[in-house]
Design a protein. Structure first.
Length: 150
């Protein structure tokens, strides 16, 4: 996905197995953030930044939705443990991460593997990609501020 691209209406299924569609958001902009794994330090910092600033994001017309390839059960635990006020898509089939181009090669301790590249897409109310915060740009502890400051 690039800036200006139209996002599919059906995004996937949340932690409770409910269908998540862009059309459900009405006039809100969507912060669709892709992250590697529930319960890890960086992903927890990012989710908590969005949680702590959730009201400010909503006041500016945003809805927040997280996506990882973790299963719904793990998402429910992550939400409960961190008291997240937003939903998480369980992209276990890797459909969304591939559609958005955020499934790619990563390196850790000299070893290469495939995984989710931490990326955030700001999607306008008309369903087009308005802004992309790339893996090199995302600051997990200040992520909400990165969105609000633009």
């Amino acid at each position: 996905m690039q800036i200006g691209d139209k996002v599919p209406d059906l995004l996937g299924y949340d932690e409770n197995g409910n269908e998540v569609r862009l059309s459900q958001l009405g006039d809100k902009k969507l912060v669709l953030y892709f992250y590697p794994k529930d319960m890890t330090s960086g992903c927890t910092s990012q989710a908590c930044s969005l949680r702590d600033n959730y009201q400010a994001l909503q006041a500016q017309g945003y809805e927040v939705l997280g996506v990882s390839v973790d299963p719904a059960q793990k998402h429910r635990q992550f939400i409960e443990k961190n008291q997240l006020p937003f939903h998480l898509i369980a992209d276990v089939e890797k459909t969304l991460v591939q559609q958005f181009g955020v499934w790619g090669e990563k390196k850790l301790y000299g070893r290469s593997y495939m995984g989710t590249l931490r990326t955030t897409f700001i999607i306008a109310s008309d369903g087009t990609v308005e802004r992309i915060i790339t893996p090199k740009e995302v600051k997990t502890k200040e992520h909400a501020q990165q969105i609000l400051d633009k």
